[in-house]
Design a protein around this ligand. Structure first.
Ligand code: ZN
Length: 252
């Protein structure tokens, strides 16, 4: 059997039987892979101190086409973002972004940009400390939606495709796929807004996270609400409570 090594970030850790651990990771190839670490929970395990969250890990494993969980033989810490050493609030916040990223990757998908968005967010973690969390979350979702091929229509009507001037971007509908012109029928989930929201969304997509504090965005709660509704419709709800049950972000 040939071994393979690849970088990834842990999205979930589950105990398996007496002393084994199943780890799901978002890989740099943009896919989700599950590994089993046999005996990792034994007290004398040399490997478990290196199976850490909020870090880029290099997994060495035996890929088998007929298996959905690969046996891992080793893991090394490539880049530790230092979030696991921060307080609980920071870990909870970081875990939320991991949940968004992993929710957007379906079985069989390969979207390397999602891995890149997550790692770039974690690399900028200190710089984004003061950014409004709703702005950060909305921007993170929008960037992921873009690379998932699900970017909301912002400059053209989502229904008829007609170009919308800035002043015409007034109706937003998650189910229609973004902003709609005045003439097209409005689905039940359409929300009337002001012309600034589409521009703000465009800015969040095109600006690096660490520069978000330079953007002046009015009503972040509305922008977050729009983006979240769009995300829930196209990707599915990411429940915080469920995420907490599934994840065990403890070291070793
Ligand atoms: Zn239209």
């Amino acid at each position: 059997m040939r071994q393979r090594s690849q970088n990834g970030i842990i999205v979930r850790k589950t105990r398996y039987r007496e002393s084994s651990l199943i780890v799901s990771a978002l890989m740099d190839s943009g896919e989700l892979i599950s590994f089993i670490f046999k005996g990792a929970l034994k007290s004398r395990s040399l490997i478990s101190p290196r199976i850490i969250p909020f870090a880029v890990l290099k997994f060495t494993f035996y890929p088998k086409p007929d298996k959905t969980i690969f046996t891992a033989s080793d893991v090394k810490v490539v880049e530790d973002f230092g979030i696991a050493d921060a307080d609980f609030q920071n870990q909870k916040k970081a875990a939320k972004f991991i949940n968004y990223a992993s929710a957007a990757v379906r079985h069989g998908d390969k979207i390397p940009e999602i891995y890149e968005i997550l790692t770039s967010l974690f690399r900028q973690w200190r710089a984004i400390h003061g950014v409004d969390e709703r702005i950060l979350e909305a921007g993170f979702m929008l960037k992921i939606l873009l690379f998932s091929g699900l970017k909301p229509a912002l400059t053209n009507c989502a229904v008829c495709g007609k170009e919308l001037s800035e002043a015409q971007r007034l109706w937003f509908s998650p189910s229609a796929g973004g902003f709609i012109c005045e003439r097209c029928p409005k689905p039940a989930d359409s929300i009337k807004t002001d012309a600034k929201k589409a521009l703000a969304m465009e800015k969040l997509i095109n600006t690096p996270f660490k520069k978000y504090d330079k953007l002046s965005i009015a009503n972040p709660e509305i922008l977050f609400d729009f983006t979240k509704k769009f995300w829930n419709y196209h990707i599915g709800e990411v429940s915080g409570a469920k995420a907490r049950r599934k994840n065990t972000y403890s070291r070793g």
